[in-house]
Design a protein around this ligand. Structure first.
Ligand SMILES: [Zn+2]
Length: 79
């Protein structure tokens, strides 16, 4: 079973520009939209506070990168 992840960053205006880091989140089970989502670094956001990203861009959250699981089967080999 593979863990699905998504990446997102706070929308402009919700936090200061220097804090708009790209966080990594576990995909909510069952496809339900949670009222709050928690990144691997522990940062919490409401769904309306986040800009979902298809590809990593901007400044990554180093704590998320360090603490996230490594789904080799999903991230490896992308061309
Ligand atoms: Zn983070």
């Amino acid at each position: 079973m593979s863990l699905r992840l998504f990446i997102a960053r706070p929308l402009p205006g919700t936090v200061g520009e220097t804090r708009r880091m790209v966080h990594v989140f576990p995909f909510p089970p069952g496809g339900a939209v949670p009222t709050r989502v928690t990144a691997f670094c522990g940062a919490e956001f409401g769904p309306t506070e986040l800009e979902l990203l298809d590809v990593p861009r901007g400044m990554p959250c180093e704590m998320c990168l360090r603490d996230m699981p490594r789904p080799d089967d999903e991230l490896a080999g992308s061309s």
